[in-house]
Structures are given as C-alpha cells and as structure tokens.
Write a protein that binds this ligand. Structure first.
Ligand code: PAF
Length: 278
C-alpha cells in the first residue's frame, strides 16, 4: 500500500490508474479504524479496481469545545489494517495539505444538514461538506463509500455532490455492530467498562422504537418512549430520538414511507449516535 501525504503524489498515483482504465473508490475516514471502516474498504474493493482510504481528523467539523485534540489516533495500527483489507493507497495529509495557506472556501449547508446533528453540532456538516468536497476533488474518485451509522452525514454528502455536480457516486454500507448491538465507532474508545455495558441500550431503544412504529405508533409516542428508555438505562441527556424519511430526510409523524429512526444521547461525557432503517 502506498502511503501518500501530499496532493501531487496523490494526483500522480490516481492519474496512472485512470490512464490504465481503472475505476477508483475512496473511503474517507478520521482513522482509528475498526471493523465498520474495513467493511467500507471491502465494499470499495467490489466497486473499483483501486481503493484509496483517507485518514484526516478534520478540524473544520469540530467545535472549539469538542474532542479534536483527544480524538483517538493510531496510524501504525490503521496502516496494518488497511494493508490486510487490500487498500491500494492511504492518503493521510497534514492539515496544511488539506487546507493550504490561503484556503478560504466555506460551505453553508441547509436541507438535510438542518435539525438533529445540525442542531446539536452546528459546525459539523459545513466541515464535513468542505472536507469531503476537497477529498473528492483531490482523489478524483469514481465512487465514495460511507457508513450508514452517520445517516444524516450520508444525506448531506449526497446533497453536496448533487448540488455542486461533483462527479462521484455515493455508496453506503450498513452499520457494523458489536454482539450486544452497539454500533462500532472510533469514539467507543472513550467508554469505560461500566458505560460500555450501558451503551447497548441505544440499539435496544431504537429497535423498540422501530417495532412500535411498525405497529402503528406515532413518531411522538415511539420516540418519546425510546428517550425514556435511554434515561432509565443511565444516559444522562438525550439530545433526540427522531423519525425521518429515508429519502428526503424530512420529519415524519408516523411510518408511512421508508424511514430511519435516529438517536443521540450522552453517557457521562461520551456522546453516542445511532440509527436504524424502519
Ligand atoms: O465520518 C467521518 O469519519 C468523517 O465525518 C468524514 C466523513 C471522514 C469527514 O471528515
């Protein structure tokens, strides 16, 4: 696997592949890779002859009070995992390559960036839209693969790609879960053993909400019960449990089209998010 940290070396590798007629897939990540990320790489390998993974802890998507400085990092471990997964190239640029001196573009996101994560982390999707647009431009990938765990992020990336006519297809892979249902996430590293046990309640609460919705409950009923269940399980604050249309990401009063039930809540100082198809 090639490890590349500058834009020129990346462009040279990608040009050689494209000249040879190979399709290129990219898997954007912030590193500290787990089985969920490796499932994205596996899907990318099915979709293209060449697979790029990016590792970049993107400062523009973190608010000043958030965990940018302590976000878990393990590049050596990530390299070993990507090699085993059959990744062709790791692009792991420093900040000054992703955002060179003079970089001045900002993206203001409406539509699917509004509400839920957009309310609780107002800086997040502008930063995701910006970094993903730059990754798509630098890699010139034909297809990019994202995890369904961050469903709202996927909606935002699809919107940006369509609105800015960026020639990349967006593919998604279902969330990979631990045996107790907890969605794999790099931030699970923040959970102490006691919190790790409680964390499984997120999946249980969303699963129960999905069942209630399928049985005809309103979104207010099903989501309200799930929020209550999270509090009983020891979550100190529930940011939201919500039902959204899977296609438009609009709010739904009840289940009358393909949808996602999404939740975000705090276990101590750790914020967990998850969602399920329903
Ligand atoms: O999901 C992530 O890890 C990040 O938000 C992404 C898509 C790599 C952009 O920094």
């Amino acid at each position: 696997m090639l490890i590349v940290r500058d834009a020129a070396a990346l462009a040279a590798a990608v040009s050689a592949w494209r000249d040879a007629g190979d399709r290129v897939a990219v898997v954007p990540t912030m590193g500290y890779l787990h089985e969920g990320h490796l499932a994205l790489v596996a899907r990318a390998r099915e979709l293209a002859q060449r697979v790029i993974a990016t590792i970049f802890v993107n400062p523009t998507q973190f608010a000043p009070h958030e965990d940018l400085g302590r976000y878990p990092r393990d590049e050596a471990g990530d390299v070993a995992k990507l090699e085993t997964a059959g990744c062709d190239l790791l692009f792991a640029p420093p900040v000054e390559v992703m955002y060179p001196p003079g970089f001045a573009t900002r993206i203001a996101m409406g539509g699917p960036a509004e509400g839920l994560e957009g309310t609780h982390r107002p800086q997040m999707f502008a930063g995701v839209a910006l970094v993903c647009s730059r990754i798509f431009g630098l890699t010139r990938a034909d297809v990019a693969v994202f995890g369904e765990k961050d469903w709202q992020q996927v909606m935002v990336v699809r919107r940006v790609v369509e609105d800015l006519a960026i020639p990349v297809a967006i593919e998604t892979v279902p969330t990979v879960r631990a045996v107790d249902g907890l969605a794999l996430s790099s931030r699970n590293a923040y959970l102490d053993p006691e919190a790790r046990v409680k964390a499984a309640a997120m999946y249980a609460a969303l699963t129960q909400a999905a069942e209630r919705l399928k049985a005809g409950a309103t979104s207010a009923e099903a989501c309200g019960e799930a929020e209550e269940r999270l509090r009983e399980a020891g979550f100190r604050q529930v940011d939201y449990v919500a039902l959204r249309s899977a296609r438009e990401f609009s709010e739904l009063g009840r289940l009358d089209e393909p949808a996602r039930v999404l939740g975000a809540a705090w276990l101590g100082q750790v914020r967990l998010i998850d969602n399920l198809p329903v």
